[in-house]
Design a protein around this ligand. Structure first.
Ligand SMILES: [Zn+2]
Length: 84
């Protein structure tokens, strides 16, 4: 990924990254323009999903199934096998 120096518009190099949490990362950047020398932090944040992760869908399905009484779980699983 590319980061631009907001002071002069030149390309900046990412020196290191600090993961604040899984959705927010601080990028420590240095401007490549020797006339500028700007050293700064850019933030990379997760915004939103366009298509959900298959891992998340699987976890949500398992959680949902666990929330049902065992008989209803079996009924649903039977239906899955019929249509699949
Ligand atoms: Zn610069």
């Amino acid at each position: 990924m590319r980061v631009k120096c907001e002071a002069c518009g030149h390309k900046a190099i990412i020196n290191s990254r600090n993961e604040i949490d899984p959705k927010v990362i601080d990028l420590y950047c240095t401007c490549t323009n020797p006339q500028c020398g700007h050293y700064f932090v850019a933030k990379l944040t997760f915004s939103h999903s366009i298509s959900p992760s298959r891992y998340q869908a699987r976890l949500a399905t398992v959680d949902f199934l666990r929330s049902l009484p065992p008989l209803e779980q079996q009924e649903l699983l039977k239906q899955v096998h019929k249509t699949g």
